[in-house]
Design a protein around this ligand. Sequence first.
Ligand code: MN
Ligand code: MN
Length: 459
Amino acid sequence: MERPNAWKSYDEEQVKQLEALCSDYRKFLDEGKTERECVKLTVSMAEAAGYRNLADVIREKQTLKAGDKVYAICMDKTAVLFHIGTRDLEEGMNILGAHIDSPRLDIKQNPLYEDSDFAYLDTHYYGGVKKYQWVALPLAVHGVVVRKNGEVLNVVIGEAEDDPVVSVTDLLPHLARNQMEKKAGTVIEGEKLDVLIGSQPLAGEEKDAVKAHMLKLLKEKYDIEEEDFLSAELEIVPAGKARESGLDRSMIMAYGQDDRVCAFTSLAAILDMDQVERTSCCILVDKEEIGSVGATGMESKFFENTVAELLDRTGNYSELKLRRCLANSRMLSSDVNAAYDPLYADAYETKNASYLGRGMVFSKFTGSGGKTGSNDANAEYIAHIRNILDEEKIHYQFAELGKVDIGGGGTIAYVLALYGMEVIDCGVAVLNMHAPWELTSKADVYETKKGYEVFLRKA
Ligand code: MN
Ligand code: MN
């Protein structure tokens, strides 16, 4: 059943709204290239929209009521927002959940070394990357270094016009006869993804003079020592801003759109909410790309604990009410889908593929092979979602992630489904997913943001 292209349905006013939203989206992508940067951005946007920090509400023993808006953060890498509705929390929330971590190269804890008058930082890749895509392109360093006294230094190198960039080198084709014989998975090996950061020796230094020069620069600019890498979280990401793509400017090319395209549209939707009946919730979570692990991943108790605090502040906490609130909730597990690429047609089953420009993408199943690791959205729930989206003329499509035997992928859906709540995977189609530069359609960003609003209001 082919779904129509959303572009065909737009009038002038809608195109204007679409362009305004996508311009905000590009700014969000530029300022939020790591999970920490996304959380910082989320907090500032939420506070501007009248949200209060739940930690302050708890400390000051304030109470919460319908219409109140609060956010909570975990270790500066995960955020959750609530807009309290007029109905009892026990009746459940409408939840949008997206992840804000993206594939990248993380700097190791003992990273710095010198070889042949070059200084390098050794990296350990994060998430599913095709390693050969990360060589010979301008890269930036984003993250934090935390001193022993607890002081947190924010680092961004490689984004300003006059900033230097760093890179991972590749072998010239003239000498690559052996390299080109290798399989794509090993043509660039993980341990070869070392970032070249300098080549000028420090005057007067005999041994490892380039490394010494780097340490001197780090000391001057950030007042950090080599040992401070031990307590640093530095991420190597593609340098540069999100761009419009295509001669018609119909697409957006940028790093980290998996899953910041869903994070941004979810956030934009909840911040635009006026009054709601069921409490609106937006989860922006870390660590999805490596299995939702750790204190800041979806499997952590952070979310559940925060909902307990929320119930408590509304004067309604009990263990049973918490269980009911979670079980009665409805969720869109908002994550990207693999857009159909005609150049790689044999990886897709075209009837059940997502297409750029055809609106938000729903997946009944994720997982791989015989649906292993999948969440199975309930048919009754899907019918309800179809109904409210059709009422509001939202463009949407249903898809799986490629041919059944070819691969697959995970999302956070299965984690929330454990509470017994209704969950379906839903998001935006992406081309070049997990590549340094990913592509989305502006029409899909627009439809998804509108669809999320409908969900928060009506689900
Ligand atoms: Mn994702
Ligand atoms: Mn991913």
